[in-house]
Design a protein around this ligand. Structure first.
Ligand SMILES: Cc1cc2nc3c(=O)[nH]c(=O)nc-3n(C[C@H](O)[C@H](O)[C@H](O)COP(=O)(O)OP(=O)(O)OC[C@H]3O[C@@H](n4cnc5c(N)ncnc54)[C@H](O)[C@@H]3O)c2cc1C
Length: 384
């Protein structure tokens, strides 16, 4: 077993860490205007990433991207997780990030949707969640009914990130209710199609503003169906796995930054004639985060490595998401505690880490639901 990162990945990690320290962290609190990164900040950071050769990291080489393996991406996400300047949920600064669903389109569909996303001409969103179906997507009510060469879509979606900026939506609706999750199909729907409307954007405690979308007798040609009827979930599976591992990677970055800030502050701040760093109660908080970070790192890197070897990472992804979100939230919470009152102010990034990481414990699968899925594996595995 070799626990060392390959040399080229280690060098990349060091380079990006230096970049984050020098170029991003010093101005991170000024990076936003409302829920979005200021355009000039994004443009500058993206230009720097392009120049450094970190562009289109998730896009395979045959489409002009870097086709980076997941372990390499994890290292980049981890470093970006150390700063609140980089959006927790939206596109980072490595250029467009087409969803894995778009690579499964047929050539005709790719021309209108995949290639324009890669070139930056089009933006998109992904809509599955509904008012009555979040963790339990099989309960979705939105439907697509075939009428000749068209499908007629009716329904309502909520919490849809980036819908305000999207040219089209990757929409999951039911084409056969009797089949539950297996009756869910994926469609490409242009946002300017008659009957599609953004009802409202909702403000959240994390600054994200996900939208509610209504679909009222929306007619889309059969050529907009992705794959076959009932493929919706299968198409999203790879995305779901890598997305969950990304949660773990982000958690690593948050935890490292919380340790850096917590130890630094504890060494400076004096109460009752002694540094906080000399108090066992504070030392133990820092040690707990250190222990969590070391364990999580092994789990996240291993999951990414297994993915790169073509192994099934479904269960690794459940575990890494669950642990990453929970442990990083706890790390932010301890860091806040160590900083006392100043930790709550908007001068420091801790309160934002705290809010963002708390929200991660619900989005893309709450812990209780992941545990339910993992329990099936545990029951089968240990007493087959
Ligand atoms: C900021 C933000 C951005 C989002 N972006 C998108 C997006 O772009 N596209 C999209 O489709 N969705 C998006 N979502 C939706 C998100 O994925 C859902 O919120 C999530 O899946 C949980 O669904 P829910 O909110 O309906 O909670 P529910 O499913 O109603 O669950 C509520 C709570 O009940 C508990 N629970 C649920 N089921 C079980 C169970 N079986 N056993 C025990 N406890 C259980 C859990 O504690 C859970 O937190 C976003 C949400 C937010 C907040």
């Amino acid at each position: 077993m070799d626990f060392e990162l390959p040399e080229e990945l280690r060098l990349m990690q060091e380079q990006i860490r230096r970049f984050v320290d020098k170029e991003i962290i010093p101005t991170e609190r000024d990076a936003y205007e409302g829920p979005d990164m200021k355009p000039e900040v994004r443009a500058k950071l993206e230009a720097q990433m392009k120049e450094m050769g970190y562009w289109l990291i998730t896009v395979p080489e045959e489409y002009g991207g870097l086709g980076m393996g997941l372990l390499a991406r994890v290292l980049l996400w981890e470093e970006m997780g150390r700063t609140i300047a980089i959006p927790a949920r939206k596109t980072q600064i490595f250029g467009p990030e087409p969803s894995p669903i778009l690579f499964q389109l047929n050539e005709e569909q790719r021309k209108d949707y995949l290639y324009p996303v890669i070139s930056g001409e089009k933006d998109c969103c992904f809509a599955l969640t509904e008012p009555d179906a979040g963790s339990d997507p099989a309960a979705i009510r939105s439907t697509a009914v075939r009428e000749g060469d068209y499908y007629v879509i009716n329904g309502y979606k909520r919490f849809i990130t980036n819908a305000q900026h999207a040219d089209f939506v990757q929409l999951l609706v039911s084409t056969d209710k009797s089949k539950g999750a297996r009756g869910i199909s994926a469609f490409l729907v242009d946002m300017d199609t008659p009957g599609v409307s953004i009802v409202r954007a909702q403000q959240t405690m994390m600054d994200d503003e996900p939208c509610e979308l209504a679909f009222d007798n929306v007619r889309v040609h059969v050529s907009k169906l992705i794959g076959r009827e009932g493929d919706g979930f299968k198409l999203a599976q790879d995305w779901i796995n890598t997305g969950r591992i990304r949660h773990g990677a982000r958690g690593l970055g948050v935890m490292r930054r919380c340790l850096e800030m917590g130890t630094d502050y504890a060494k400076q701040r004096e109460t009752f004639g002694k540094k906080l760093a000399d108090r066992q109660a504070v030392q133990w908080m820092l040690v707990d985060t250190h222990l969590d970070l070391e364990q999580l790192r092994l789990a996240v890197y291993r999951a990414a490595w297994r993915y790169d070897q073509g192994m099934d990472v479904r269960h690794d992804a459940f575990a890494v998401k669950m642990l990453g979100d929970r442990l990083s939230f706890q790390a932010a919470d301890r860091c806040l505690q160590i900083h006392g009152g100043i930790g709550f102010t908007k001068e420091l990034p801790i309160e934002k880490f705290w809010r963002d990481q708390r929200s991660m414990m619900v989005t893309e699968g709450p812990e209780e639901v992941l545990r339910m899925s993992l329990a099936r594996h545990v029951l089968d595995h240990y007493a087959p």
